[in-house]
Design a protein around this ligand. Structure first.
Ligand SMILES: [Ca+2]
Ligand SMILES: [Ca+2]
Ligand SMILES: [Ca+2]
Length: 124
């Protein structure tokens, strides 16, 4: 007697998707990750916390600063030179904080001190 093994193996194939990278790649996902108290707005503190987490995420040798190689997989590696203001080839938290201040101001289009979902969506 032939059993319906074909159906089972098909199901297995569907249940095993290609390894998906779980990181906030799209603007809405990044917004949700940054909005830690889920009030639909990202304030300065939440933004700084999000930036800090990104630094920790990329700081693979844990020296508290980012070498260029550590940012190779970052969302926008071309920002490296703009953030590295003293051009020593490393991004310190201070340099990133200075940069993110400008970044936050740019994203907060109506300058109410919060980045809302619409403002985040417009910013790439
Ligand atoms: Ca919030
Ligand atoms: Ca530097
Ligand atoms: Ca705003």
């Amino acid at each position: 007697m032939i059993k319906l093994v074909l159906g089972a193996s098909l199901l297995l194939a569907v249940a095993l998707p290609a390894a998906a990278q779980v990181k906030p790649d799209t603007a809405p996902q990044r917004f949700d990750a940054a909005d830690s108290n889920k009030d639909g707005k990202v304030d300065r503190g939440e933004y700084d916390g999000f930036v800090e987490e990104l630094v920790l995420l990329h700081d693979s040798d844990h020296d508290g600063r980012l070498a260029r190689a550590e940012t190779a997989n970052a969302r926008d590696p071309s920002k490296f030179d703009r953030i590295d203001t003293n051009k020593d080839g490393f991004l310190t938290a201070l340099e990133i904080a200075a940069f993110s201040t400008g970044d936050f101001a740019v994203m907060d289009a109506n300058q109410d001190g919060f980045i809302d979902r619409d403002e985040a969506a417009k910013h790439k």
